[in-house]
Design a protein around this ligand. Structure first.
Ligand SMILES: [Zn+2]
Ligand SMILES: [Zn+2]
Length: 267
């Protein structure tokens, strides 16, 4: 299996330049993973599937789904792609590699864990700043247009916020100068994580039921449905930043109340 993938990688580096792989191919990988992982929650909403697991009762209209998709295509093409092209020299300078052999898992996994922790930390503080009056009104309110999020709303944001999100995402890789394979794997996991957090569905098989410290859909959905000054739950991936800085108190209170109600119903 590993050798089959290495043959595929050999094909890529033989036929495409480092520049093409780090920009156009990265863009294609991102778009494919983002739209494929984001579409199911739209289908579930439209067909009324899994409604038992839907966090909020409200259903987004087909028009609001379409508006989100069209704006995403516009921003991804006019903001994300140019940013990837412009930042390529920085990545090259920081030591981005594409050559074989692929890095071992003993290198890849600690790097990705480091990227998740660093991104979560930077995102938490940046997101809190985005919730101050002026920045919320002029920038972050776009992302909060959807108080009932669905997967694709994860990247629905003002261009200035897209730049900030991009910065938080690429800071770790830029610091460590990784292999392109690691960069792609990190990007794929980060996209799947944020799409799941915005999916609007909390399933019995949702990762937050199994992964300690992981936020997930229920945690981030709470952030979207509250008024911007009261939101809390600012972190992107984990729950500990909000716990450490006391910005999850409203959410914890709600969870405690829900637990109490469930227990009294059972007795
Ligand atoms: Zn927010
Ligand atoms: Zn969000």
């Amino acid at each position: 299996m590993a050798s089959l993938f290495e043959s595929f990688w050999q094909y890529l580096i033989t036929n495409f330049s480092d520049f093409q792989l780090a920009t156009i191919a990265t863009f294609i990988v991102h778009e494919s993973v983002f739209f494929l992982s984001g579409l199911p929650s739209i289908v579930f909403e439209r067909l009324g599937l899994f409604s038992k697991y839907k966090i909020q009762k409200k259903i987004n209209s087909p028009g609001s789904h379409e508006r989100c998709i069209l704006r995403l295509i516009l921003y991804h093409t006019c903001v994300n792609l140019p940013v990837m092209i412009v930042s390529y020299p920085t990545f090259k300078y920081m030591g981005l590699k594409t050559s074989l052999p692929l890095p071992p898992w003993s290198v890849v996994l600690p790097q990705i864990l480091f990227y998740f922790i660093l991104e979560d930390f930077v995102f938490y503080w940046g997101h809190r700043v985005l919730h101050t009056k002026w920045l919320y009104k002029h920038v972050h309110c776009i992302h909060h247009e959807y108080a009932t999020p669905f997967g694709l709303t994860s990247e629905y944001a003002h261009p200035a916020e897209i730049l900030f999100l991009g910065f938080a995402t690429i800071l770790g890789p830029a610091l460590t100068g990784p292999h392109l394979f690691t960069l792609w794997l990190w990007m794929i996991l980060r996209v799947l994580e944020t799409v799941e957090a915005h999916s609007g569905y909390h399933f019995p098989w949702s990762p937050s039921n199994f992964l300690p410290l992981y936020g997930g859909a229920d945690f981030h959905d709470y952030h979207h449905r509250l008024l911007y000054t009261k939101s809390g739950n600012y972190a992107s991936t984990f729950v500990y930043m909000d716990w450490l800085f006391g910005t999850d108190q409203g959410y914890r209170r709600l969870k405690a109340l829900e637990k109490e109600r469930k227990e009294s119903e059972q007795n």
